[in-house]
Design a protein around this ligand. Structure first.
Ligand code: ADP
Length: 477
């Protein structure tokens, strides 16, 4: 059985904390592995190891660092099936989707590998005679990465790869219930022969190891993805010490469907945004705001299209959405399901029998709540969608903006004015026309507005700005 511990300086360390047995959320009778947590002392050792490794790593040429990243990408490609299967068993995302996530990880590693030989600054004409003035991006030092469980492969890599190519060394703390996948990923990365201490994995709990990293550890930069509550406290811990940080947090994403939308293409996009990964994406579609003229045909078509949405074991072929990832997640989403059943009108609930004892939540579509209702305001992170009827585009935009979050959103329309006004007026970071709210690309910046992020961006070129700092150099000759 897979047993997970921390890896510091390339060596596995027995954890001094408590242990848990990981059960497959698709089938709780199946034991997937065991996790032994480390304590903040191990995190301290990991930070020290990363600190020692930093001077040599930063002195490598970008080309040399890029070769390591490329080799990590190739190693991951070789182990694609193994990594995807384990991650599916650990968190319940359907295997086909998890494979897509691993491929995204491979692409991220190769994309950032190539950044090693790209420009790191600009020449800026000096006002003085005979002075060469230019900027140069340099690494920050030790980067702490705190990652969630919903994208156990892609999110760690989209932090790790830009951090490393910029010349930082890393201490990575994955989510408790993504520890097995994290350990497996580290084993794969070690095949690329990274120098000791450049990437260190600390398997630990958020409240002690996570808190140590954000509040005390001598780190230089921290990147966090998770819930808004935790993100705000991580941000405060970093700001107090002037550690550079970024936080990617929650969302309450809406899709607007206007009268002229093409329902044949709109519905698959809304269903995918709402129910893939059982709604456990920060960019998941959680609200659908529909113009009144198209409301009835939209609902009819929604219910019709839901026939293709099969709930089942994550490793079974044809499963559209698997279980939610954990007992805590199950209880939290069930709470919203009960709330919906008692305070909203249920439009659709899938009733399929599953045949396994797992954390299954049947997809649920509801309506009949006001805009200040918890179901319309709070992040559910499960397969529950709230639909609301509005009079016109203006009311739709107003409602869309009426939550504390601002991560992603879509409008479905063929009206160019409405599409462009949506792109301008929606207070959200990822604005999409005739596309689902989820599904962003690795080479483009990712992030939200309002309470969804620290107003920084990840992925693409934006990540390079985050994991480095600009020096302004001047030479008199
Ligand atoms: P979720 O509720 O989706 O599990 P969290 O925000 O609690 O999201 O978790 C995201 C990541 O933050 C995980 O790696 C978790 O261990 C970590 N974490 C949880 N609490 C803290 C904390 N107080 N300080 C730092 N990290 C934390």
């Amino acid at each position: 059985m897979l047993h997970t511990v921390s890896i510091v300086n390339g060596k596995s360390l027995g954890g001094a904390g408590d242990s848990i047995t990981v059960k497959n959320p698709s089938d709780l009778s199946e034991i997937v592995g065991e996790v032994t947590f480390s304590t903040p002392e191990t995190a301290q050792e990991a930070v020290q190891a990363a600190r020692v490794a930093f001077p040599k790593w930063r002195r490598l040429t970008g080309d040399e660092r890029g070769r390591y990243l490329y080799a990590m990408g190739e190693a991951l490609e070789r182990h694609l099936d193994e990594v995807a299967t384990l991650a599916s068993q650990e968190m319940g995302k359907p295997l086909a989707e998890m494979k897509g996530e691993v491929i995204r990880g491979v692409n991220l590693l190769k994309y950032y590998a190539a950044e090693g030989v790209r420009a790191v600054g600009h020449v800026i004409p000096s006002s003085a005679q005979n002075v060469l003035q230019y900027t140069k991006r340099v690494p920050l030092g030790v980067a702490a990465l705190i990652t969630p469980w919903n994208f156990p492969v892609a999110i760690p890599i989209w932090k790790l790869a830009p951090a490393l190519i910029c010349g930082n060394t890393v201490v990575w703390k994955p989510a408790e219930n993504a520890s097995l996948s994290a350990y497996k990923l580290m084993e794969v990365f070690m095949e690329a022969g990274l120098p000791e201490g450049v990437v260190n994995l600390v398997i630990g709990r958020g409240q002690d190891v996570g808190a140590y990293l954000s509040e005390e550890a001598p780190i230089d930069v921290l990147s966090f993805t998770g819930s808004t509550g935790t993100g705000l406290s991580v941000a405060a811990g970093c700001a107090r010490r002037n550690v550079k940080y970024q936080t990617e947090m929650g969302g309450k994403n809406a899709a607007i469907v206007l009268n002229d939308a093409d329902l044949e293409t709109t519905l698959p996009a809304i269903i995918s945004g709402a129910f893939r990964s059982a709604g456990q994406k920060c960019t998941a579609t959680s609200r659908v705001i529909v113009e009144e003229e198209i409301f009835e045909p939209f609902i009819e078509s929604f219910i019709e299209n839901m026939k293709a949405v099969k709930l089942g074991h994550a490793l079974e072929h044809g499963t559209y959405l698997g279980p939610v990832a954990s007992k805590e997640q199950f209880e939290k989403v069930q709470h919203y399901v009960q709330l919906a059943k008692s305070e909203a009108d249920v439009i659709y609930e899938n009733q399929e029998a599953i045949g396994y004892d797992g954390y299954y939540i049947h997809p649920l579509i509801i309506t009949g709540v006001s805009s200040d209702h918890r179901l319309f305001q709070e992040e559910i992170f499960g397969p529950v969608v709230t639909v609301m009827k509005v009079k016109n585009f203006d009311e739709a935009i107003h409602l869309l903006n009426q939550t504390p979050y601002g991560l992603s959103g879509s409008v479905f329309t063929n009206n160019i004015s409405h599409a462009l006004r949506f792109l301008d007026e929606a207070d959200i970071g990822m604005v999409r026309v005739n596309l689902e709210t989820a599904g962003v690309e690795y080479q483009a910046p990712f992030g939200g507005m309002k309470q969804s992020s620290s107003h920084t961006r990840e992925q693409g070129q934006a990540a390079l700005d985050f994991y480095s700092i600009v020096k302004t150099c001047a030479i008199k000759y």
